[in-house]
Design a protein around this ligand. Structure first.
Ligand code: GTP
Ligand code: MG
Ligand code: ZN
Length: 353
């Protein structure tokens, strides 16, 4: 199995060359447990760990490319020495009073925001997910699943289009092979697609249908409220025929936003554009005179629910900014040069050169 099968490309190879890293010491994290990782190396699948006092720049997550080495004993797991700077990082706000963001996945090219149509469409939830995904640097797509159980497709279509803000919208059902075929046609070899959504919406079912075999565990939803039972418990990348990499994730109870920078602007491009006509540049669209956004709501050109959603996410993101420790945040943005230095000075690494 070569690294290309797991998403390695020329740009990554250039990065490695800059650091003087040989491809035999590169691996991709494809699974994560409490304190160990599953990685794919040039020579196959391995377990890996973070050695104590490793000095590793950031904690590896699924999707990360890492520098790792085997041994010392053949039965030992590999040791992770360094994490490549991430191209994209899917992060959410910490739960409770926790400080700092939690990185869910790295180096994801596309995120499928999955929404089950066995429940009424929830545009507010879509907006929240879209803001988070845009902010990650990955491209969002909205996957409306379980169309066989959908009630009012016409109304759903217009609602979802409003929320999508240009993100592609796709419709699938496990009962409709054609819909799976169409979705498969959007996948490309070596690109990483993460599935994201609440429990029970059919993420793992979709992975299995696209793979053509049952590789991910699925579980029935509860009878009463159609909620899932949190069947998937770990994040894992599956390579499917055709070469696409699908990252299945556990259902999310409540997606907290992190420090949204551009995500909010992308997800609410309509509000942003109307706001350019507000009299005051720092207008908060609450009760300011000459507020173009409030005018748009009055005139029926902007859904008040959407504006409320924008405000709520903006407030949450601002709260995250205040909570965030600026030093920790700066450190989380991995600095390649520092990482390389740390690694090269690692006694073990030196010995091997
Ligand atoms: N009718 C119908 N049922 C579906 C469809 N897709 C998934 N299901 C069912 O929905 C239930 C939940 O599916 P999963 O794939 O386990 O859902 P999940 O999103 O992976 O859930 P978690 O792993 O808990 O986050 C299963 O009983 C599936 O058979 C669909 O398109 N139509
Ligand atoms: Mg699942
Ligand atoms: Zn305004």
């Amino acid at each position: 199995m070569s690294l290309e099968n797991w998403g390695w490309d020329e740009r990554w190879a250039e990065r490695a060359a800059e650091g003087g890293i040989d491809s035999s010491s590169v691996a991709r994290v494809v699974g994560q447990d409490r304190s160990s990782w599953s990685v794919q190396t040039d020579s196959g699948s391995e377990r890996a760990r973070l050695p104590s006092k490793s000095g590793v720049n950031v904690s590896p997550v699924v999707g990360d490319w890492v520098v790792a080495e085997p041994g010392p004993m053949p039965s030992d797991p590999w040791s992770i020495r360094s994490v490549f700077p991430r191209r994209t990082a899917l992060s959410r706000g910490a739960a409770g009073t926790g400080v700092g963001e939690q990185i869910l996945a790295a180096n994801v090219d596309k995120v499928w925001i999955v929404h089950g149509l066995d429940m009424p469409l929830n545009p507010r939830r879509l907006e929240r997910y879209l803001a988070v995904v845009w902010d990650s640097g990955a491209n969002p797509e909205i996957i409306l699943s379980k169309t066989d159980l959908a009630e009012d497709m016409a109304a759903t279509k217009s609602q979802v289009q409003l929320a999508a803000m240009g993100a592609p919208i796709r419709w699938v059902s496990s009962e409709d092979p054609e819909s799976i075929k169409n979705l498969r046609a959007t996948l490309t070899s070596g690109s990483t697609v993460s599935l994201l959504g609440p429990s029970g919406v059919g993420k793992s079912t979709l992975v299995n249908l696209l793979a053509g075999e049952a590789i991910a565990e699925t579980g029935a939803v509860r009878d009463g409220d159609r909620k899932g039972r949190h069947t998937t418990v770990r994040r894992e990348i599956f390579r499917i025929p055709g070469g696409a990499l699908l990252l299945d994730t556990p259902g999310i109870r409540e997606l907290r936003v992190g420090v949204l920078d551009d995500g909010l602007k992308e997800a609410f491009a309509d509000v942003e554009s109307i706001a350019e006509s507000c009299r005051f540049r720092d207008c908060r669209h609450e009760s300011e005179p000459g507020c173009a956004v409030l005018d748009a709501v009055d005139q029926g050109n902007l859904d008040p629910g959407r504006l409320a959603s924008f405000r709520k996410l903006q407030a949450e993101a601002a709260h995250e900014v205040r909570k965030a420790d600026p030093i920790a945040r700066a450190a989380a943005v991995s600095d390649w040069k520092t990482a390389m230095k740390t690694m090269k000075h690692h006694p073990k690494y030196k010995d091997r050169r």
